[in-house]
Design a protein around this ligand. Sequence first.
Ligand SMILES: Cc1cc2nc3c(=O)[nH]c(=O)nc-3n(C[C@H](O)[C@H](O)[C@H](O)COP(=O)(O)OP(=O)(O)OC[C@H]3O[C@@H](n4cnc5c(N)ncnc54)[C@H](O)[C@@H]3O)c2cc1C
Length: 398
Amino acid sequence: MLTLACDLLVVGGGPAGAAAAIAARRATPELRTVVLDRQTFPRDKACGDGLGPGVVARLADLDATAVVRGRRPVERLKIVAPSGAEVVGDLPAIGEAARGYVVPRAEFDDALLGRARDAGADVLTEIRVEGLASPGDASVRVTAGGLHGPVSIEARAVVAADGARSDVRRLLGVAYNDSRHTGVAIRAYVERPGGFEHMAFFFKRELLPAYGWVFPIDERGANVGVMIDAARFRRQERRLPDLLRDFLQSSGHASLKPERSRAYMLPFASYVPPLVHGRVALVGDAGSMINPFSGEGIAYGMAAGMEAARRAVRALRSGGAEPPFVGFDAWFRERFGEHFQASARAKRLAQRAWIADFGVRAARRRPEFVREGIELLVGEGTALSWRSLARLLVHGRS
Ligand SMILES: Cc1cc2nc3c(=O)[nH]c(=O)nc-3n(C[C@H](O)[C@H](O)[C@H](O)COP(=O)(O)OP(=O)(O)OC[C@H]3O[C@@H](n4cnc5c(N)ncnc54)[C@H](O)[C@@H]3O)c2cc1C
């Protein structure tokens, strides 16, 4: 059996785990950070590949903007109502940097994990965490299975970033989100000469309560997909590939040939479980950190990974008497709780065709509604108060 000891163990080398490892190494190069992932990189991940302004900001914070260098920036987002009416608005700006990108996850995740390696983290792949003992003592013993046999790791703190079906979450006895707080989605890649101009969300009558996206990667192709709440998906006849086909047909993209389609689940942040369990913290999809309206999860997962890692290494550096993740759970809820609740409300409204039509009509008259809608989808907006709903009602009347 291979045995290892480290200060911070990060389980999962996706964006939340890689961001945690980079943040830890930059804050305390004298502490040992190990990242474990069960897969080999580069690896694919079902995703819309949309990197919103929050990701751009976090990359800048980690001094890792090289990961998106040379990619085509995306500046604007289009929302298409069931009636066919559309509004286009700017993605929120983050300083001088571009507002967003669409980068296939096979490439983005590999590049970000490479930055963690460059920053000095030990990255071990094809090793799957299988057991966890005594969270709450001075260290955590993690057992894992690798290509070359069992591995045992003694860590002073663990950031669990092992995705929507987190083994660590299960081993801690934390139930997965139920179907009211879970989504399912399918993505595929399409090619079209000239590509697509904007990121776009389509709320098509034929599809609701599911809705679709087209996210342009470059001048040739895009990521397209459909997302739906798991509870509603179960109640309808159509499977995910049928929904994708119907989406492409109803949105004027019937001639496109979807390739490499892949589906997965999304634990929505309309329910976030307790995040801190002794010396273990859940981040990213493992902690249900996906925006329930847009399905965006990378930015929130990176933010949480960075914050958890920085808190942990601060505590470990000061002698380790203090538990590593004190205050992390409260920080996350304070920072994003209201945003996620507003996004969940906005989604419930947008799933009704007449309300989605009404909202887009109002937004065509009042640019601030476009801005607020985009902030709910891909920013940190909290605009869906009763007051803003009342304003929407006044301005959406034809
Ligand atoms: C179809 C679809 C479309 C989406 N579109 C977008 C989008 O456009 N933009 C956006 O921001 N978000 C989107 N999301 C959400 C986004 O994909 C996730 O929020 C994001 O991947 C979360 O990152 P993560 O690092 O928490 O987990 P992941 O990216 O899932 O990484 C988890 C890692 O943990 C590893 N792992 C798992 N179990 C173990 C174990 N036991 N031991 C060791 N390693 C383990 C896995 O191999 C994996 O590499 C979409 C999701 C879906 C399903």
